[in-house]
Design a protein around this ligand. Sequence first.
Ligand code: DC
Length: 254
Amino acid sequence: MTPSNRCGRTAVALRPGRGVCRGLSAILPGSMKGILVTIDGPAGGGKSSVARQVAGRLGVVNLNTGAAYRAAALLALREETDLSDAPKLAALASRVSLDPDGASIDGERVPEPDLRTPEVSAAASRVSVDAGLREVLLPVQRAAAEEARERGGAVVEGRDIGTVVLPDAELKVFLSADPEERARRRARQTGREAELDRIREAIQRRDRQDSEREVSPLRPAEDAVVLDTTALSLDEVVSRVLDLAAGQRGVRKL
Ligand code: DC
């Protein structure tokens, strides 16, 4: 397990509550291992915080597929590639790999802060509309998830994980939240409260790009559980997902 998967490293994206870490160990024994949980949803819906905590509670890894798209975008920016040059984007994406600790380019780990700049966020949303690039990143994500499953299971977060990447996952969750609330969370999370208007606009622009693209648009899988997290604390969302995961034991052999 990576350090980022440990319960207790609560991100600030959702209102913190109490008691989830302590109480659930009794409810969720080691038999949860092997499960694949997908967490999809728009930016700022709480995916990363929830995925990290749920993975920690289940004792499985947390795979953040957005890192692969961000790494491809970073590479495109570094190499001053035209973000609509499809053959070039596909070639760049083939240099990206993914594992539970993050993304690598040409086998070299990309530091997380390099993937999180506003420029890379905007470019990642743009390059992710490209069908060829998505095609290259699909097996990269599947291989990382499969390896994680073999190591005990994973919580895999992204946009199309339940619909396209892992359609057979045991549990699919789609986290949504009011755009205003998502912008507030993102501003708080990044310490940029003064830039709320700009963050709101960027979130709305990315929402549009992510849900209107032709290939793998952002939408819940038919068998996904949709949770609106607008009025929920982080602990409440984590609790709901853990309850759903515990419910899987009744219908699937884990
Ligand atoms: O989750 P994130 O914000 O780190 O993702 C960055 C971008 O990558 C986002 O704009 C949408 C895209 N993405 C995607 O299209 N499919 C995924 N499975 C994950 C991310």
